[in-house]
Design a protein around this ligand. Structure first.
Ligand code: NAI
Length: 337
């Protein structure tokens, strides 16, 4: 075991974070303190004698928080996720605080969740489960279709898209893909790279695996939905902003979209990762989406496997250990590199 005499304070920590980090820490020996609340100006003053803060996607690490962290002697901000849009990198730089992240973890976890969404929407296992529990053994309304020989369109063939293509080839599907750069390894195993419009036009099922950027914001909109096959299945495990949700709702109503599976949602930060079961949801768009029988919403759980959590914990602690050893930070947030 390495002896890492540093204290790490965690924010937005859930019980599963504590389990994964405590287990991984058997190899490091850091001192941990966990807070369930988000990091923000309201809580930053409770931090005492800590070397690093460990944060997640919805923690607000703005300049005010970073200045306060610096005044408390915090030297590093370790994100236990890939994105770092919630951290003011310039403020961290100005305060000589290092920012590191987990750039990649278990692409198979996300790819497999996309497949779970396809199978659920198609074979309606969620409905069958409830029916049988109520002693309703009727099959009416549960009719699905074979995936075998269907055409699957993949937008973005990076780590996750690649893993997804391989699974769908295993089902005996024709896999067509669009990416800015065609992947030769995927071509060699049978994936056809086509222009975006052809992928949209030919696919029975479309799965999104490209990042959210200016060019991809609302890549699925009224016009592109109009190019798709009638009754298409659309799956999004990437980022909510890829889909114009209002256009998707209109297409569900007109039956242009036959099935929609989303693990991410444009306004998810106000909803996901919380138990709101006793609350009134003010977001009418998500309520409308959830009212369709052919829409499946999961709350950003595609990454959520034991393997991914363990990789996240391990990479985060390696990042902080590298910092403590004054080594070059392998996973420094890009803009600081
Ligand atoms: P990656 O960086 O390995 O792959 C992204 C791919 O998208 C690259 O091949 C890139 O060339 C391609 N791309 C970029 N711009 C494009 C465009 N305009 N059109 C088509 N393709 C384009 O990323 P990775 O690891 O595969 O992750 C993909 C996305 O999955 C992430 O950006 C993230 O938003 C999301 N994600 C979701 C998770 C979840 O729990 N739901 C967990 C982890 C990631």
């Amino acid at each position: 075991m390495l002896i890492c005499r540093m204290k790490i304070t965690f924010f937005s920590s859930q019980p599963y974070d504590k389990i994964a980090f405590n287990k991984c820490n058997e190899n490091f020996g850091f001192e941990f303190e966990f807070y369930e609340t988000h990091l923000g100006p309201h809580i930053v003053n409770v931090i005492e004698k800590t070397d690093a803060v460990c944060v997640f996607v919805n923690d607000k690490v703005n300049a005010e928080v970073i200045n306060a962290l610096a005044a408390k002697g915090v030297k590093t901000i370790a994100l236990r996720c890939a994105g770092f849009n919630n951290v003011d990198i310039e403020a961290a730089k100005a305060n000589d605080i290092k920012v590191c992240r987990v750039p990649a973890y278990s692409p198979e976890a996300v790819a497999e969740h996309a497949v779970a969404m396809i199978l659920t929407l198609n074979r309606k296992t969620h409905k069958a489960y409830n029916r049988v529990r109520e002693q309703n053994f009727s099959l009416n309304g549960l009719l699905g279709f074979n995936l075998f020989e269907k055409t699957i369109g993949v937008i973005g063939t990076g780590n996750i898209g690649k893993a997804f293509c391989k699974i769908m080839l295993g089902f005996g599907c024709r896999v067509i893909a669009f990416d800015l750069i065609a992947n030769r390894d995927l071509e060699a195993i049978g994936v056809e790279f086509l222009p975006l419009m052809d992928v949209l036009k030919d696919a029975d099922i479309i799965s999104l695996h490209c990042p959210l950027m200016e060019q991809t914001h609302h890549i699925i909109n009224k016009e592109t939905i109009g190019m798709m096959k009638k009754n298409v299945m659309l799956i999004n495990t990437s980022r909510g902003g890829l889909i114009d949700t209002k256009a998707a709702i209109a297409a569900l109503k007109s039956k242009q979209i036959g099935y929609l599976g989303i693990d991410v949602y444009e306004q998810e930060e106000k909803l996901f990762f919380r138990d709101l079961s006793a609350n009134i949801i003010e977001d009418d768009t998500i309520q409308r989406l959830m009212s369709f029988p052919n829409v499946l919403v999961t709350a950003h759980q595609a990454f959520f496997t034991e393997e991914a959590l363990s990789q996240i914990a391990n990479t985060t602690l390696i990042n902080i250990h590298e910092f403590s050893q004054q080594e070059i930070l392998t996973n420094k947030a890009a803009q600081l590199a």
